[in-house]
Write a protein that binds this ligand. Sequence first.
Ligand code: TYM
Length: 333
Amino acid sequence: KQRVLTGITTTGTPHLGNYVGAIRPAIEASKDSDNESFYFLADFHALIKCQDPALVHQSTREIAATWLALGLDTDKSVFYRQSDIPEIPELTWLLTCMTAKGLMNRAHAYKAAVDANREAGEDPDYGVTMGLYSYPVLMAADILMFNANRVPVGKDQIQHVEMARDVAQRFNHHYGEHFELPEAVVDDNVAVLQGLDGRKMSKSYGNTIPLFLPEKKLKKHINKIKTNLLEPGEPKDPDTSTVFQVWQAFATPEQTAEMRQAFLDGIAWGEAKKQLFELVNGQVAEARERYETLLASPATIEEELQKGAEKARAISRPFLEKLREAVGIYKIS
Ligand code: TYM
């Protein structure tokens, strides 16, 4: 059996990029009986980027409701909140003591912060917390806690999965073979979805289209996608267009071929966006209703998470016990 695991950081409202890049493929994978699926809300990770307690809490609720509304079968998979598993922060420490500082120096998120500071003429470490610096160790603990061998992620997360592999290798080398070496699974057909401004759709750029916007707002957001100044009738380049890229992420291959032709024939931007709205709205409308119902019923969400935590801890508790023993931490007898 393959053990598949992935998480989403609870720092905002789930957007089309999270859906296409992570949630949709993960729910598909969970239907395959050859897989055991572990999906979680990364709320400890959220604290690295977001110090607004209300936002972290609200986002946790929204992301949980999103997975459930989209039909994740929580009997066939393990769906939990990271902070409900106390073995994860404990494993983080065991791994921290096996992680080379030099490895963390190379992590993209940390390096980007340092580079931005340098460019602004600041102290390179200005605003850099130990949370940001050792973020890949926490992520390694998420993965290794459940000995996942497959980790479906977007391209931006590949480096972190590779670091988890390095840390696992070092631990195994030192204390014996405890961990499977995880691999990132990146679907090449699923591109990094672009946001309203054409950059990667990302909470931190504020350019997202939330997945479950009310219909009118969804239409407004789609109308805000940046386009060039070509008039109706002028041929448009599908391969550089965000409208086309989002279309492709939701359409069948036939629909994509038709839209490609329409672009070359000079479809008006207004018309292309109207069709895009109808396509996306058609696919999310039913789940959006379930989402609204779930948000109004926090007890249902919490119950699901408690059920997931119980299943997860049935694995993490005995495994951590073994790891403690491996490093020499156990009762004196
Ligand atoms: P996060 O919360 O930034 O993103 C969640 C997932 O969505 C993918 N994604 C995208 N895919 C396509 N197009 C986009 N525009 C787009 N934006 C985001 C991300 O690649 C990711 O797969 N550190 C992780 C969360 C995490 C995790 C883990 C993941 C914590 N522990 C263990 C896997 C395993 C993060 O911040 O993802």
